[in-house]
Design a binder for this molecule. Structure first.
Ligand code: NAD
Length: 486
């Protein structure tokens, strides 16, 4: 039995109230341990520690020294790779192969990539002419924004948290992280790493708990927070925006999606099927960038559906340490109930269930787990709830189309705008599609491939702002304009 305590001012502390809640393994429902729930006392202490650290030894570090320290953090995550891997797999149930390839390496890379990119980025500087001929020097000066609240989801816990903590610290801020109540482990482990690397106390803090009327809301409404960066559902984002409006705090939001995949008949069909398999079913469909709507040009529609079904049938569910498994459970029984309600709704809305639609027979010891079948539907109307609402499970609806302008209309007919995937060999068409799709990210003949220095974020109700590379600078720093008359 593990105990997940808060990490405040460099120390692990329990809740003064003694309130704890269970952390369960989604593979079999067994108890992993108990999580301390932060109340006002812990949130106040974490925010105070972070505020104090803004003026302590952390503030004395040069950018080069900060970069070195964050490189050390990345190296230490890599040294403790197996600890992070075990913790992430226990919390999420995801296949260890995926966490080994994606979650943990990216967790480390987020520290080096951002520290190095931001350190290398110049700030603007102009020489002005003045009537007296002496001129003036007008330049920008960037400083940290202050204490950043980092609110995280459960689907890629370490990866998404460090995507924010990395640049926040690289810019000289301090942070208070609120990990998802489903996945407390890697954020807690990172506290140990921060101490091992000599990151000053108070720079990285973690408070555990739920969202509404708990740690999440206490943190986002705390007056000592200067800015909030959030990844999660759009509805939660709306709540957080309201909290941020008090005191006019800055926000950065990465929210939900209902992402389209678009398959033209001129594509390499093998790659389109393989790519859609990944984008629909990786991490049991719990990836914000995942594809839940697939549009396929009519001449290849039947073949595409047949081959996608074959691929889904070959997915092999199993526990993280099962070397033959490539498909884990959903995060929790609650989320399983939500996804299953959409599976039932699809049938009620008139879908043809091409494959899946239920819960697989896993047998002992997995009976208490959050298992679900990968599911493919066809035949739904464009305004069906299953086609318009984010499900966040391993499922997609596939629909034929006939014309390019038609599919652009279908893809854009959503309140979301996170990403889109286009499969075509026609470069001119690819460029037209990229320009027409109302999203923050477009992949052509690939998915999930991205240089960390590029912008990440969603259009419409999928988010506010862009993070990634130098794009995070606007959020994580305060830019001061200085003009010196010479
Ligand atoms: P969620 O919105 O339920 O929770 C996210 C975090 O917010 C959790 O830590 C939760 O405790 C906290 N929270 C909830 N209510 C709060 C409140 N009122 N005040 C403050 N904090 C609160 O999301 P989730 O279920 O953890 O994650 C799945 C969602 O995240 C999906 O919608 C998915 O699309 C989205 N997501 C988006 C991206 C992206 O980059 N755009 C990445 C991953 C996940």
């Amino acid at each position: 039995m593990q105990e997940f305590r808060h990490f405040i001012n460099g120390k692990f502390v329990g809740s003064a109230s003694g309130v704890v809640f269970d952390n369960r393994n989604p593979v079999d429902g067994s108890l992993i341990g108990q999580i301390h729930e932060a109340g006002p006392a812990e949130v106040n202490a974490a925010v105070s520690a972070a505020r104090e650290a803004l003026t302590g030894p952390w503030a004395q570090l040069t950018q080069a020294q900060r970069t070195l320290l964050l490189q050390r953090v990345a190296a230490r995550i890599t040294e403790r790779f197996e600890d992070f891997l075990r913790a992430e797999c226990l919390d999420t149930g995801k296949p260890a192969t995926m966490a080994r390839e994606v979650d943990i390496p990216r967790g480390a890379a987020n520290f080096t990539a951002f520290a190095e990119t931001l350190a290398a980025h110049p700030t603007e500087s102009f020489q002005l002419d003045t009537p007296d001929g002496a001129g003036a020097l007008n330049y920008g000066l960037r400083g940290p924004k202050g204490v950043i609240a980092v609110i995280c989801p459960w689907n890629l816990p370490l990866l998404l948290m460090t995507f924010k903590v990395g640049p926040a610290l690289a810019c000289g801020n301090t942070v208070v992280v609120k990990p998802s109540e489903e996945t407390p482990a890697t954020a807690t482990l990172l506290g140990e790493v921060m101490n091992e690397c000599g990151v000053p106390a108070g720079v990285y803090n973690v408070v555990h708990g739920l969202g509404p009327q708990s740690a999440g809301e206490l943190l986002t409404s705390h007056a000592g927070i200067d800015a909030i960066t959030f990844t999660g559902e759009t509805r939660t984002g709306e709540h957080i925006m309201r909290a941020a409006s008090v005191g006019l705090r800055n926000i950065s939001m990465e929210c939900g999606g209902k992402n389209p995949g678009i398959v033209f008949a001129d594509c390499d069909l093998d790659k389109a099927v393989e790519g859609t398999m990944r984008s629909a079913f990786l991490n049991c469909g719990q990836v914000c960038l995942g594809t839940e709507r697939v549009y396929v040009e009519r001449p290849v529609f039947d073949e595409f559906v047949t081959r996608l079904k074959l691929g889904a049938a070959r997915l092999s569910p199993g526990a993280p340490d099962d070397a033959n498994a490539n498909f884990g459970p959903l995060i929790s029984r609650e989320h399983q109930a939500k996804v299953l309600s959409y599976y039932r709704l699809a049938t009620a809305e008139g879908a043809t269930v091409e494959i899946g639609g239920g819960v697989p027979e896993m047998g002992a010891p997995f009976d208490g787990g959050a298992w679900i079948e990968p599911t493919i539907w066809t035949g739904l109307a464009d305004d069906a709830r299953v086609v318009t609402e984010e499900i966040f499970g391993p499922c997609c609806h596939v629909r034929p189309f006939d014309r390019e302008d038609e599919v652009v209309g279908l893809a854009n007919d959503t309140r979301y705008g996170l990403c889109a995937v286009v499969w075509t060999q026609n470069v001119a068409r690819a460029a037209r599609m990229a320009a027409s799709l109302e999203v923050g990210l477009v992949w052509i003949n690939s998915w999930y491939l991205r240089d960390l220095r590029t912008a990440f974020g969603g259009a419409k109700q999928s988010g506010i702002g862009r993070e990634g590379g130098i794009h995070g600078l606007e959020f994580y720093t305060e830019l001061k304009n200085v003009c010196v008359k010479l």
